[in-house]
Ligand binder design. Structure first.
Ligand SMILES: [Zn+2]
Ligand SMILES: [Zn+2]
Length: 142
């Protein structure tokens, strides 16, 4: 599939990459129909946000159609139209229950103290491949 890939500061390319797949049963795969270009993408292009891993797909926000869900996903099914915000959150930890999704204890694979996990960000945010792609793996859709 096609995706916008970060190779280095000032070096962003439209590449052919492998399609995402379910990695955890709490994942969904979404076929992206539109994705945003936001101000945070400019940090990656200009190098004003450090720690990007070469090969990371960019893009923080998108809309699309659910294509596949893991067995632990309860609230979405293939065919659902969805909006994907940049911040990844579990929805059930104490922070999420209070509405502080950016402080989620469970979303960041680097651990509870690692900070906000978001699509298309630097190493410390996951990294989780972003949404400027034909398809994306969405952790913890609920
Ligand atoms: Zn954004
Ligand atoms: Zn949470």
């Amino acid at each position: 599939m096609k995706a916008v890939v970060w190779h280095g500061v000032g070096d962003i390319r439209l590449d052919d990459v492998a399609e995402p797949r379910i990695e955890q049963q709490t994942d969904a795969i979404v076929k992206i129909t539109a994705s945003a270009i936001c101000g945070t993408d400019l940090h990656m292009v200009r190098g004003t946000m450090s720690g990007m891993r070469p090969g990371t797909i960019l893009g923080h926000e998108g809309v699309g159609t659910v294509e596949e869900v893991g067995t632990a996903v309860r609230n979405f099914k293939p065919g659902d139209r969805v909006l994907i915000p940049s911040t990844i959150a579990c929805g059930y930890c104490s922070y999420c229950r209070d509405g502080y999704y950016a402080q989620c204890d469970n979303a960041n694979p680097n651990g509870m103290q690692a900070g906000t996990s978001f699509f298309g960000g630097p190493e410390k945010s996951g990294p989780v491949n972003g949404l400027q792609a034909e398809k994306a793996r969405i952790p913890l859709p609920g």
